[in-house]
Design a binder for this molecule. Structure first.
Ligand code: ADP
Length: 165
């Protein structure tokens, strides 16, 4: 029985994330999306908002659940009895950091394996930061975020932009 965690900030969830979620849900028995609650990163969306958005866009996937976590990923993996970590790789630039994290996690808990899924080419350029940059200037986000959350993300970004003007 494989139980996997897909950890990340998801600030906000993009179509690239959703693609990784849908593909990994097909290869593991149970997938827990772990939303990192890290105040040092000063996210645009609160961890509660990010969890709600992820639940909305994954509600049709019966073996997927969404929870917030803080602290070390391996501790969270142990807590929920997960034996796999899923990460997405977009480009070589992701690789060095991901390799370092994977090797550290392996040292901390040799029983947890990290599996990398390479990005779907159509989303290889896509990141939450890109979404924030585009949405800030009022451009539609339909090609970048799941349609269920598009309006919410656009409104939040536009509001932020007017507040800082
Ligand atoms: P983090 O703060 O951990 O980098 P992100 O929310 O940015 O969190 O990303 C979570 C995971 O999703 C990471 O493994 C990242 O490489 C992957 N990811 C992000 N965007 C994409 C994408 N467009 N295609 C594939 N994987 C992606």
């Amino acid at each position: 029985m494989s139980k996997a965690i897909y950890p990340g900030s998801f600030d906000p969830v993009t179509l690239g994330h959703l693609d990784i979620i849908e593909r990994s849900a097909k290869i593991v028995d149970e997938l827990v999306i772990g939303v990192l609650n890290n105040s040092a990163k000063s996210p645009l969306f609160s961890v509660e908002e990010r969890v709600i958005m992820l639940r909305e866009v994954t509600k049709n996937l019966s073996n997927v659940s969404v929870v917030a976590f803080q602290g070390l990923l391996v501790d969270f993996a142990e807590e929920i009895h997960a034996n796999v970590i899923i990460r997405g790789l977009r480009a070589v630039t992701d690789f060095e950091y991901e390799l370092q994290m994977t090797q550290t996690n392996k040292k901390l808990n040799p029983d947890v394996e990290t599996i990398f899924l390479t990005t779907n080419v159509q989303y290889s350029y896509l990141s939450s930061s890109i979404v924030k940059e585009i949405g800030k200037y009022g451009r539609p986000l339909e090609h970048f975020v799941p349609k269920q959350i598009e309006q919410q993300v656009s409104e939040k970004l536009r509001k932020m932009q007017t507040e800082y003007k």
